[in-house]
Design a protein. Structure first.
Length: 430
């Protein structure tokens, strides 16, 4: 019997796609292995958002090919790198073809692999399929694929295509199955959750969330990344949704820059004032909401004033989670042309990266101070290092709890005894 080994890179949607492929493979009677040495076939689910990640995956592929491993390269890389990925024992699977994983495995075994069967894009609904969850209590649900944006720096749209929103009924069915299987956290994911339904000129996320929250069961919903321009279209209604006790009080809006000049060059469809409006509205109604954001430093044309404006915006919105990226050229994007004309020096980019991380560290420490000695409710969803257990509060604060007992799956009242920049240490009540 074939032994299949999986490696996954990238976003939550990619993680979910790997969960589904594993489920399909297992249902077909094949074995999954965590031992690379005995694997007959390696499935690498790839990511192309950042060049370093893509090059890491490319190097990994070559390393495994030298060991005479047969590899299925899935995810975002195949379609955009097809001409560079023509090697013996390397087989390509488009991100919109994951349901065909067992067909591909069979074709490889029979030496009947035809690349065209597995690379042509299709509108594939990744719902109500067999899956093996990475986390016992976390159910990831994709609600769409692709986007309606045209960001200057982004290569993902070329891989994922235009927005394709999945049917609401199938989304609800999929979530109900996860809850029936004891998932306590439902993670809603896509390239831009707030864009759901927008390809039809409709802003359907609110209606979808209302239906999700009607589902019976003991669970909480984590709504993933949403672009500010689409959040603005549904802002009052979205704030009301977040007041529901089944919603994690967690908001992820990528701002990328605080300079309106740079946002325009990036082809982002909002201004810094729009971001402030969104955060203000949420904080007025949900004061303890956890904010996550993304920043790109060193975008072509970014001057000192533009960077100051970015720092100023970060200080105003006070994100607890900040995903910082140094600008990197992605081939075929508009930003590639901008970088030829007006690049920011590597030294300047490193300097700015250091500066913003220092500022963010200060923001985190300031927010954490409010929690010392506080009693909070935590759902434990992961095992940590040694005798620690990791969980989340209702506003998505990460808490580590020490115990020699198995706390997995329990909701606990803990008292915060120690503060660290990115998580809290809690102590069980006697």
């Amino acid at each position: 019997m074939l032994e299949i080994y999986f490696e996954t890179y990238g976003c939550t949607a990619n993680q979910n796609s790997s969960e589904i492929m594993k489920g399909i493979v297992r249902q077909a009677g094949l074995n999954l292995t965590s031992n690379l040495d005995i694997a007959d076939l390696v499935v690498i689910n790839s990511c192309i958002v950042k060049e370093p990640t893509q090059e890491k995956i490319r190097a990994r592929v070559f390393e495994l090919l030298k060991k005479h491993k047969k590899i299925i390269l899935a995810g975002c890389m195949p379609r955009l790198n097809q001409e560079f990925l023509q090697y013996e024992n390397l087989y390509l699977l488009d991100s919109s073809k994951i349901k065909k994983i067992t067909d591909l495995i069979q074709a490889i075994q029979n030496k009947e692999y035809d690349e065209g069967d597995y690379l042509n894009k299709s509108n594939e609904v990744k719902l109500n399929l067999p899956k093996i969850n990475n986390e016992k209590f976390v159910g990831i649900t994709q609600i769409s694929e692709g986007c309606l944006g045209n960001c200057a720096y982004c290569i993902v749209k070329a891989a994922k295509g235009k927005l394709f929103s999945y049917p609401q009924k199938k989304i609800i069915e999929s979530i109900k199955k996860d809850i029936e299987n004891n998932c306590r956290e439902i993670w809603i994911t896509s390239q831009d959750n707030a864009a759901y339904g927008n390809e039809y000129g409709e802003h359907s996320l609110i209606e979808l969330l209302k239906e999700i929250l009607k589902i019976k069961g003991n669970f909480k919903v984590r709504l993933g990344m949403m672009n500010p321009n689409n959040v603005l279209e549904i802002l009052p209604e979205l704030v009301e949704i977040f007041k529901n006790k089944k919603m994690f009080r967690f908001l992820h809006i990528p701002i990328q820059s605080g300079s309106d000049k740079i946002l325009k060059l990036m082809k982002r469809k909002y201004s810094s004032k729009d971001v402030l409006k969104i955060v203000k509205k949420f904080r007025e109604n949900i004061p303890d909401i956890t904010i996550a954001t993304d920043i790109i430093g060193g975008f072509p044309g970014e001057g000192d004033l533009d960077w100051v404006q970015t720092i100023d915006l970060v200080k105003k919105i006070k994100p607890e989670i900040l995903n910082r990226s140094n600008f990197g050229v992605r081939p075929g994007t508009y930003a590639e042309e901008l970088a030829k004309k007006n690049p920011v020096s590597p030294e300047k980019i490193k300097e700015r990266a250091k500066e913003i991380m220092g500022i963010h560290l200060g923001i985190c420490k300031e927010i954490q101070e409010e929690y010392f000695g506080k009693e909070v409710k935590v759902f434990i969803d992961k095992k940590g290092f040694q005798n620690t257990w990791l969980g989340r509060t209702d506003n998505y604060k990460l808490v580590a709890v020490y115990s020699t007992k198995n706390l997995l799956g329990k909701t606990l009242e803990v008292k915060i005894k120690k503060l660290l920049p990115h998580y809290l240490m809690g102590e069980l009540f006697d």
